[in-house]
Design a binder for this molecule. Structure first.
Ligand SMILES: *Cc1c(COP(=O)(O)O)cnc(C)c1O
Ligand SMILES: [Zn+2]
Length: 413
């Protein structure tokens, strides 16, 4: 990590060495990685990036860990799909889906985990750990197995079965905690103090973890031919991903990879059953009030989001908005994306698409904007959400006549 200068407190700007630190000793503000942008600008080019691996590690110059020893299952460089059929349905113009459901364990969390565990290994950690709403659990367990690290993963006990099974299969320790994610997260904060030799990717390693989300901006810009989109729609759990996507576009300009300063409007998407940031946005409030989550979108059901206030600031400064959609709209969003574009997303992606649809209808997103919607997780993980609404069209005996009578006319004009 030749370009990392250290860590800096977001609130009071005190500086720290690049160790496993996440909060300022002075003011408890979050720490952020500081890079030498001038050095990156002088050496990193579009060509050097294109010559790198077909994973997020092609942006190693902008990451806080070395690609040589990367803990990688191949996360990143997921498809950016032009979504003309969905755009037509919503009355939009240039619309793209960043399909991060296609990461190794089926969600964008593979990005943050690959970066956090690579740094954790550099710092000498042998145990990977996390508090998770599900996708992070899958990803930490998988990457730890790949890296030969032990893992301890804490999840709310009422998680979707696919997310529990899809974590336990990797052979680490899975602890189902009888409580909400916010309670699991608080427990992990206490555990991190008792077990300083465990790398909690989203607690003591959070500074490095958060950096991985910037690759969602880097890749989109590269895939658009080195351009930033006019508007992005991003789901909000902790708010980390949204703030880092915004920063990622700005940094590409700082290091000379985008000639013009981007003016990307950043909009956030939440479920109405857990919408602390959307509520603060609607009320014009400056602080985010915690809520108790009740929604099918469990992967983003964080009632007390760590980066909620920063996400609010980013959205407001960029001219975006934050929407909150009902569980019924989430299910419609999942089916709309599947039906119009052939992409099956989990409930968090349903939140993004439903918010996109709402904002298109309200004119918050305009047809003259180029828009990227971030689809962050795979539908196969939350199959129960749509199970009731998706059944065989018809059941027939194995006979030609029965088939023809039931569905033979499909495709006739
Ligand atoms: C964790 C998660 C998010 C939210 O990311 P934050 O950085 O916590 O805001 C969005 N989508 C999916 C599928 C997730 O697993
Ligand atoms: Zn500070």
């Amino acid at each position: 990590m030749p370009y990392v200068q250290g860590l800096r407190c977001r609130e009071c700007a005190r500086e720290y060495p690049a160790e496993a630190l996440h909060a300022c000793e002075w003011c408890f503000g979050p720490l952020e990685v500081v890079y030498d942008y001038a050095a990156i600008a002088s050496r990193t080019t579009r060509g050097s990036i294109a010559a790198g691996p077909n994973t997020l590690w092609r942006y190693a110059d902008l990451l806080p860990a070395a690609s040589d020893g990367a803990v990688s299952l191949g996360a990143g460089m997921t498809p950016l799909i032009r979504a003309d059929r969905l755009a037509a349905e919503l009355g939009l113009g240039e619309l793209w889906i960043k399909n991060d459901a296609l990461n190794p364990t089926g969600s964008f969390k593979d990005r943050v985990v690959s970066v956090a565990l690579t740094r954790a290994r550099e710092l000498g950690f042998k145990v990977a750990a996390c508090a998770s709403t599900g996708n992070l659990a899958n990803s930490v367990a998988a990457h730890a197995a790949h890296a030969g690290m032990e893992s301890v993963v804490c999840v709310p006990a009422d998680l979707e079965p696919a997310k529990i099974i899809g974590t336990a299969v990797y052979g680490g320790r899975v602890v189902a905690v009888e409580g909400t994610y916010d309670e699991v997260n608080r427990l992990c904060g206490e555990l991190a103090a008792v077990h300083p030799d465990w790398a909690f990717v989203n607690v003591n390693l959070r500074t490095y973890y958060a950096e991985g989300s910037r690759t969602l901006a880097f890749e989109v810009a590269e895939q658009l031919g080195w351009q930033a989109p006019d508007h992005v729609v991003v789901p909000i759990g902790s708010g980390s991903q949204l703030t880092r996507i915004a920063r990622g576009f700005a940094e590409l300009h700082d290091v000379g990879l985008l000639p013009d300063a981007p003016h990307t409007r950043v909009s956030g998407a939440q479920a109405a059953g857990c919408a602390p940031v959307a509520t603060a946005f609607a009320e014009g409030a400056s602080a985010v009030r915690p809520v108790r989550p009740a929604t099918i979108a469990k992967s983003i059901a964080i009632g007390d989001p760590a980066d909620g206030g920063y996400a609010l600031d980013v959205v407001r400064a960029s001219g975006g908005a934050v929407g909150a959609v009902t569980d019924a709209e989430i299910l419609q969003g999942i089916r709309l994306l599947a039906r119009s574009e052939g992409i099956f997303t989990e409930t968090a992606g349903g939140v993004t698409i439903a918010t996109l649809a709402r904002f298109a209808a309200e004119g918050v997103i305009r047809p003259d904007e180029s828009v990227v919607a971030y689809v962050t997780g795979n539908g196969l993980k939350t199959i129960d959400a749509v199970a009731g609404a998706c059944a065989p069209t018809v059941t027939v005996p194995p006979s030609l006549d029965a088939f023809e009578a039931a569905v033979g006319s499909i495709g006739e004009a």
